[in-house]
Design a protein around this ligand. Structure first.
Ligand code: DX5
Ligand code: ZN
Length: 208
């Protein structure tokens, strides 16, 4: 699909074969590698952190799209940048000083993203929309791959698209959770730019 960026999520890859997973992403039109970082507190499970990012960094030149599902993301940003992150998305729900963190990430020459969970409306981040490089709309509750997309979240993509047009904002709209061959058309119609896919991509179901 023209002008859309596919960002496959390593969460659904075989963790013993990450080099192979990166090859698969490159060979199947991946435009970025989505890396889900979970801390066992903001979300129940723990995935991987900076050492893993650092060790796979030399294996691809694709941008690393790091999705921080962690409390106190501001304490993690520097070390993820050092490890090789290109885009850093943190959760609005985990950060009081979102505006400051966006500016800090951008001052390091990286793209700054803000994610919202299904229960957070777009209006909650209205004051930072003009500053962000990416708004990530979660269409499942964060924490696990392979869940079913929550249809009511899709309208947030359309709302962000409309606001961007009306006000000249620059952010990319990213969607994460439950994207598969059946649900993808709804998010494309709503105006998404970046499509994150874990289970459907690594099962070979979803191609772009
Ligand atoms: C969920 C993660 C997602 C996950 C998506 O908390 O943020 O990136 O990998 O997986 P699928 O595409 O299987 O819903
Ligand atoms: Zn994610």
């Amino acid at each position: 699909m023209k002008n859309k960026i596919l960002a496959p999520s390593l969460l659904s890859a075989d963790f013993s074969q990450l080099a192979q997973a990166l090859k698969q992403i490159e060979l199947n039109n991946g435009g970025a590698v989505h890396i889900d970082v979970m801390d066992g507190s903001f979300v129940p499970e723990i995935t991987y952190g900076q050492p893993v990012v650092r060790s796979i960094r030399p294996l691809t030149s694709l941008p690393f799209d790091v999705h921080l599902m962690v409390e106190h993301p501001e304490t993690q940003v520097d070390s993820f940048i050092q490890a090789g992150a290109d885009w850093i998305t943190f959760h609005h729900e985990a950060c009081v000083h979102s505006h400051r963190l966006i500016q800090y990430i951008q001052s390091k020459g990286k793209k700054a993203g803000v994610a919202i969970v299904p229960s957070t409306p777009v209006s909650a981040i209205a004051e930072i929309l003009e500053y962000a490089d990416i708004i990530l709309v979660m269409t499942v509750n964060p924490g696990w791959g392979g869940q079913v997309l929550i249809p009511s979240c899709v309208k947030k993509i359309a709302e962000l698209n409309k606001l961007r047009e009306e006000r000249g904002y620059k952010y990319l709209i990213s969607v994460d959770g439950g994207i598969n061959p059946t649900t993808i058309s709804s998010v494309i119609d709503a105006g998404v730019d970046v499509i994150v896919s874990g289970s459907a991509f690594f099962s070979g179901e979803l191609k772009l």
